[in-house]
Unconditional design. Structure first.
Length: 298
């Protein structure tokens, strides 16, 4: 068997100086490409650090309760870093607008609307704050006037800030379940937006018809309760309205209003309010009611 020799390559038939020249040319090309990339990157880094491209001031607009300095500190901290440890985030051409918006929304849940916008080298943070419409005050209500920690809730059931102490009838106080799975109270929702809207609309209709609910109790079993304003006799219990979240709320309102427009409840509600225990609207087309030592259905 003949010995196995080295396979001849094309360069084996070329003069050595030609091969060497091609190798040097390839090296020069690689060096040129590297140098070009280095100059481009260096140029970009240099341009990104030009003072005239830096965000030089921060302004906050539309806030009333949220502290402007807190917002500015949050923005400054967010823009203090660098991309890839090289490109400054406070360059207005490449500043992280989405990241900044997310951080501001998380840090300031009282803000319903936040819009960072550039005006030259100035970054303006436009804000619209949530209005406190209701109070969420815990899991279970108490009939005693106690100093409890409550939280402001907007018209969609979003809990956004701690509230100072308010006496009865200033805000509707809400107790009970929260649909959010997060442990933090601030930033969670009491109910889904649609369910919350329906139940507060029911309260508004009842309020217009002399059923002045000051407490809403959302029980875990699906039964809800409105606690009406306390009778003039402070020792009396609050009258309650029982209803189910599964019922048609417009039908509940209609049944309750109809019951109050007919005797004997029409007169008794006015003259015996301090002895009223409850109105029960959990049953179709009927409202059961009970005064102390009596029980009837309308």
């Amino acid at each position: 068997m003949p010995p196995q020799g080295r396979r001849l390559m094309r360069d084996d038939f070329r003069p050595t100086h030609i091969v060497e020249r091609k190798r040097k040319k390839a090296k020069r090309m690689a060096f040129f490409v590297f140098l070009t990339l280095l100059l481009v990157v260096g140029g970009v880094v240099y341009v990104s650090r030009i003072p005239s491209l830096k965000i030089s001031s921060i302004e906050v607009e539309g806030n009333k309760v949220i502290d402007s300095n807190d917002v500015k500190d949050t923005v400054t901290q967010t823009l203090s870093g660098k991309y890839f440890f090289v490109f400054p985030k406070d360059n207005f051409l490449i500043y992280p607008s989405r990241e900044l918006l997310g951080i501001l929304e998380t840090t300031f849940p009282r803000a319903e609307y936040i819009n960072p916008k550039l005006e030259g080298q100035k970054l303006v943070i436009e804000m619209k704050e949530r209005g406190g419409r209701f109070l969420w005050c815990g899991d279970v209500p108490t009939d005693k006037d106690v100093d409890e920690q409550c939280y402001f809730t907007d018209g969609r059931g979003y809990i956004f800030d701690k509230a100072p102490y308010f006496s009865d009838n200033v805000y509707l106080k809400i107790y009970g379940t929260r649909v959010s799975s997060i442990e933090e109270i601030i930033g969670s929702k009491i109910l889904s937006e649609e369910d919350f809207k329906n139940v507060v609309n029911l309260r508004a209709i009842l309020y217009e018809n002399d059923m002045h609910a000051t407490i809403l109790y959302l029980k875990e079993d699906g039964d809800y309760e409105f606690w009406l304003s306390r009778p003039s006799n402070e020792s009396s219990d609050r009258p309650k309205i029982f209803f189910s979240k599964k019922s048609d709320f417009s039908e509940i309102a209609s049944n309750l209003i109809s019951a109050l427009e007919n005797e004997p409840l029409k007169t008794d509600f006015k003259e015996k309010y301090s002895s009223l225990l409850y109105l029960d609207a959990r049953f179709d087309n009927k409202v059961f009611f009970k005064f102390k030592e009596s029980e009837n259905a309308e």
